[in-house]
Ligand binder design. Sequence first.
Ligand SMILES: [Zn+2]
Length: 388
Amino acid sequence: MSTSGKASGVRELLARIGQREPEMVLLVQKFVEIESPTHSKKAVDSLGHALAEEFARMGAQITFHRQLRFGNHLQASFKASDDGRPAILLLGHMDTVWDLGTLRSMPSRVADGRVWGPGVLDMKAGIVQMIFALRALRDTHGHLPGNVDVLIVTDEEVGSGSSRPVTESLARKSDVVFVLEPSQGLAGALKTARKGVGDYTVKVSGKASHAGVDFRAGASAITELAYQIGVIEKFTNLKRGLTVNPGVISGGTRSNVVAAAAEVEVDVRIQTLADGTLVEKKFRSLKPHNRRCTLEVSGGINRPPLERSPQIAAWFGVARKLAQEMGWKLQEASTGGGSDGNFTAALGIPTLDGLGGVGEGPHAANESVLIHELPRRSALLAGLIASV
Ligand SMILES: [Zn+2]
């Protein structure tokens, strides 16, 4: 990364992008109006085509990573030099948590200095900021300062199972990854640490019997499950940021039947990979309290944590300096929520996350982004790309 003390030129980039704020708003609205719930492949692919058009117009080479169940993941590659260095990966997702037809009750609109609508913050505004950052760099320098790969995946909201290999293979070839997920809070903090996420299911099999006639012949899966939940709950260690939440339970058939089966679904959040290993071991070594019951544990950690490495801290320092040049004090934050940045950071690739829109209400009815933040967030990204 560039460590020279001279001005980065980010103010020039901001001036250029600032003039295009109305265009940015229109493009954000255009993308919001193409609804893209994760499970509607056709809808997501429509948005993918609209996005590909924008990147193709800017000279990118377009690759669709074809999927059967989900929309095709979009890769837009800009080649700047022959040796392939530096290589920058810009990461985003085009799917949203909002069903088709949401626009009828939650239309895309501009009011109170914000753009409102489903998916506007998470994360269509971030994609627009990406597009205008790349345009401004090209218009200023005539080319991009490095090879830039843009990857916009289609299954982030359901855990990124199909896109993870693509994300990881592009990240391995990159020097740095910038993630355009929403920033934290109205202050727009970057996310320099994210918890890792796991899901476990513990199934108990007992033995059914008549609760009145033959009580002792039964082995209650529910009583056993209640005991196990007490054990699992103690895995939580708030000081270490390790939380274990038994979120869903089910079991039994009738109140007068000793329950033959019961299960619990557990959400796990970890701050370090080591805690992931620890919690995995603890789940796998659960033992039945009632020996007539059996346990079956499935699941695991599916997103490693994004740990604030020295490299990530250094990149945050670069971002903070760029923001300072533009006259604002950039903050950093940690969050319990995961993103695709978790995968790239776990590979040891410096990853700066939360570079996207500033607003409120991701996944909520008040989802919105602040319009005046669009140009400077975009300029910040452009400045970061120019610093690699
Ligand atoms: Zn998101």
